[in-house]
Design a protein around this ligand. Sequence first.
Ligand code: UDX
Length: 425
Amino acid sequence: MKVAVFGAGYVGLVTGACLAELGHDVAIRDVVSEKIDTLNAGEVPIHEAGLADLLERNRERLSFTTEVDEALEDADVVYVAVGTPRTSSGDADLTAVWTVVDELPALDRRIVLAMKSTVPVGTGTTVRHRLDERGLENVGYVSNPEFTAEGTAVSDFMHPDRIVIGAFEPADGEVVERLHEGIDAPVVHSDVASAEMIKLAANAALMMRVSFINEIANVCEATGADVIKVAEGVGLDHRIGRHFLRAGLGYGGSCFPKDSLALKQLAANSGYHFQLLAAVIEVNELQKRRVVNKLERRLGSLRGKKIALLGLAFKPGTDDMREAPSLVLAGRLQAEGAEVSAWDPVVDGTTHLDGVHVAPSALGALEGADAAVLVTEWPELGELDWEEAGRRMSNRLLVDGRNMLDPETMRRHGFEYEGIGRASE
Ligand code: UDX
């Protein structure tokens, strides 16, 4: 089939590249001409495992353009994969979505508009009305949410747990299902509102697990239990499962923080107070800040102390800094008067963090530090020469915000080690 993808961000590029891999001809369109130039030059503007290979391998089936008409030429399906950031009210900002809908020209054939961007429940109905008002009855509408996680997005797309397709007209849903031929996964067909809700509810369930285990971790700290053992013992219950039970500094990223707020606001706008989600969000906010208390307990006032942040991206395998806990942490530490240094293997910290000394290596960031905080569990940190790291620091204190390192090994290297939800000494 011929597919147009509007939006060349994390979701659009992965969707486009994977659909090309499945044998379709894909035109990816973005309004940012620098991005399109980069892609046309054979480069990839984001860090996403396997994406560069996929784009290269399917070069002949992929094109990149800023022009709507060029992207739409002969298209059977048009994917909307534009950003839906949060507004100051916490609602999703759908400006970019409306721009795509309004840009669609009248066509003399039927096409399917497929929504990949995460949107509030009810958006599909509003889009349908807007299309009908413009006389575009031959544009079908399908909600086809994405469940890909950054860092594993290509493999998540090609080997999904399920494909969700919500359509007003069954035939449009079938077109989108055919597009995924070659992928072995259950397909959930539903109405449009339910498909929109599946995406929001799936994210909320995952976030709920993260905040749940973080609260369990905090109680473990207060009572002497070890959250890693607890998560193992709890997760082996098949009714619970072991995923998303890693305690840490809280979730960040492009989806969870914004989608949780969007769902909470969506409920509130309809007169419902989503108490559980409100608690999930609050727990996550507090979790990012607890590290500062941990440091203060060990070091006293942080004024003038040198603190090294190891890892900045919201999780390993991505250069995405959206809602990264490192941003809150750096700001809180600076507010307490600490000098902050940082290192990340892919993120250029200088463009995201003001007043932070960004070092080209982890050891460089640790030079003269009174404490280090492991913020992102990059594999490089597991392989770091911690003996040498300790020699570089002026005080061997490590807060392992992702429970990545072995406490005993760290203690053998002379470190005071503190994880999240584990006995600290
Ligand atoms: C998520 C969803 O997984 C994906 O389905 C959706 O489409 C977009 O949002 P992503 O944000 O890329 O994907 O990453 P994910 O791996 O899900 O992690 C989200 C956040 O939760 C990260 O900050 C991660 O560090 C945190 N997390 C995850 C934990 O703190 N503990 C866990 O056990 C799992």
